[in-house]
Design a protein around this ligand. Structure first.
Ligand code: ADE
Length: 246
C-alpha cells in the first residue's frame, strides 16, 4: 500500500514509521510512505504557505497555491485513489473506515495546520475528509500517522499472525476478549481455567462471551451495529438479566 503524505512537518514522521512493525512492513515492500513538504512548492521568496483569512478574524489559513501544486504534481490531475484531508470536520475514523480504505492500493494524505485550509482545497482537490475524533489537535500529522498505522496492519503479511487483525477490538464490531500469558498464577491472580484446558471450542466460546460482556459493560452503543448470532443474543439476554438481580 502506498501513501503520499503532504505536510509542513515531514520531520515528525520518520521516528514512528521506523518503529518495528511499520519498518518491517516497509523493508518487505508491503507499505511505502512518501513524505512531501508542502513548503517545497511555495514559489515566493519566503516560501509562504499560509495567509490571513479574508473577512478578518484570528489565525492563519493554508494557501491554495502550494497545496494544489504539491498534490497535483505528485498524484496527477485526476487520481483514481482517495485524496484525504485530515481535519476535525471530517467523517470519524473507525475500524470500518480503516477496512474500507485498506482496499485502496494508494492514498494521498493532506495534513492541515493553523486554522484550516482554504475552502477551495476541500471543494476541488480532496475527495474525502477524515477526523480521528471529536477533539482538535494542532495539525493533521498525528492523525495521518494513526491512519497509516491502522491501515498498514490490515495489509496482508504486515502482522506476523495472518489472523492477527481478525480478532481485534472493533474488527467484528465488538471489543476484544481479555488476554493472558505466562505465568498461570501471579500474586495469587489466576488465569481462567478454560484457557489452560486445551479445549479449543470451549476457549472460543469463552472468548466470544467475554467480548460480548466487555462490549455490553464498556461500549453498549456498539451492540446496535455488531453482527450477532442467535447464541450471542441469548448470552446478552442472560447478562442483562443477571445485572438486574439484586
Ligand atoms: N487536525 C486537527 N484535529 C484533527 C482531528 N481530530 N482529526 C483529524 N485531523 C485533525
Amino acid at each position: 500500500m502506498e501513501f503520499d503524505v503532504f505536510t509542513l512537518l515531514p520531520e515528525v514522521f520518520p521516528a514512528y514509521l521506523e518503529s518495528s512493525i511499520l519498518q518491517r512492513a516497509h523493508s518487505r515492500g508491503l507499505i511505502n510512505v512518501r513524505l512531501h513538504n508542502i513548503r517545497d512548492w511555495a514559489t515566493d521568496k519566503h516560501h509562504t504557505t499560509d495567509d490571513v483569512p479574508y473577512g478578518g478574524g484570528g489565525g492563519m489559513v493554508m494557501k491554495t497555491t502550494p497545496i494544489f501544486a504539491a498534490v497535483e504534481s505528485v498524484v496527477g490531475p485526476q487520481p483514481n485513489f482517495p485524496v484525504i484531508l485530515l481535519t476535525p470536520q471530517g467523517r470519524v475514523f473507525t475500524q470500518q473506515v480503516a477496512m474500507e480504505l485498506a482496499a485502496c492500493s494508494r492514498l494521498a494524505l493532506l495534513c492541515g495546520r493553523y486554522e484550516g485550509v482554504d475552502e477551495r482545497i476541500r471543494e476541488h482537490l480532496v475527495t474525502d475528509e477524515i477526523s480521528i475524533g471529536d477533539y482538535v489537535l494542532t495539525g493533521g500529522e498525528l492523525p495521518a500517522l494513526i491512519l497509516i498505522d491502522a491501515l498498514a496492519r490490515l495489509v496482508p503479511g504486515v502482522l506476523g499472525d495472518p489472523d492477527g487483525a481478525c480478532d481485534d477490538s472493533h474488527a467484528s464490531g465488538l471489543l476484544e476478549y481479555p488476554h493472558y500469558t505466562r505465568p498461570p498464577e501471579f500474586r495469587g491472580w489466576k488465569v481462567p481455567d478454560v484457557l489452560l484446558s486445551g479445549d479449543h471450542a470451549k476457549v472460543a466460546a469463552w472468548r466470544r462471551e467475554q467480548a460480548l460482556q466487555r462490549t455490553l459493560q464498556r461500549r453498549p452503543d456498539l451492540l446496535a451495529t455488531a453482527s450477532l448470532s442467535e447464541r450471542d443474543r441469548e448470552h446478552l439476554e442472560r447478562l442483562h438479566k443477571e445485572s438486574k438481580k439484586p
